[in-house]
Design a protein around this ligand. Sequence first.
Ligand SMILES: C[S@@+](CC[C@H](N)C(=O)[O-])C[C@H]1O[C@@H](n2cnc3c(N)ncnc32)[C@H](O)[C@@H]1O
Length: 278
Amino acid sequence: MEDKNKDKIKIIGKNGQKIEISKAEQERRAKIKKVNDEFKVANAEKSRIINEKEIWKYFFEKPKKNYNKYMYEMLEFPRHLMYNNESVDEYCGKWNKFFKNKNEIYLEIGCGSGNFTVQNAQKFKDRNYIALELRFKRLVLGAKKSKKRNLDNILFVRKRAETVLDFLGKDEITGVYINFPDPWEGEEKKRVISKSLFSKLDIILKTNGKLFFKTDHDQYYEDVLELVNKLDNYEIIYHTNDLHNSEKASENIKTEFEQMFLSKHNMNIKYIEIEKIK
Ligand SMILES: C[S@@+](CC[C@H](N)C(=O)[O-])C[C@H]1O[C@@H](n2cnc3c(N)ncnc32)[C@H](O)[C@@H]1O
């Protein structure tokens, strides 16, 4: 009599159960798996191409011949990088839903490649961080660092500082960091820190919330001190023209530009803390 079980092989089923199948069945299953796997790869590649073809529309009105490769890489960090206005603006007043907690939210404006905010997010796990930047490469580098460190309290956003009211709600922010913004010599009206920024902080920053400003630029430092002294709802609570030789030096987290100014130019870093008093 023929032994029906002689060709049978024991395998583990999808639900962890032990099952017996014939060699022929095993070969058939292996073939199906191979075709399915190839199909998945081909489709993933296809959908990636479709996305890559479409993404320029977020940033340019007319198609161009060449695009910055980092524009495509932004797609690879859906949890750490938001680049389209619609998604960002939808969270206005609801960022705690995005972070899935009720922790306080800090904003960095012009975050560069993200070293400063990534280190803050690592150090203060009970705070959330939103970091604004315009350049694709810098956003991608920041998101990459956050993903690598598995940080779930940080998000990079491609938004201009001037548009904060589109995506941040009333009293939604506890602290704002602005590190080494462009001083716009001769075109000072273009500076990020301006009367107009404070009128937006009147809305998004909580009472007793703070603005932290670092610069290498003497005149920008002097101008911000003068500007804040004229505002009746903000107060300078700390300032120094030599941060690295001040009492704040030990808690200071260096930014990329700060590292560069220190190592190449050995410059004094100026620092101001401003509190919203009402
Ligand atoms: C001089 S870099 C400083 C970068 C970083 N904070 C650091 O200290 O290394 C200024 C950054 O601000 C960004 N930026 C300039 N204007 C901006 C704006 N209106 N909104 C958001 N980011 C802006 C620039 O793309 C640039 O990366």
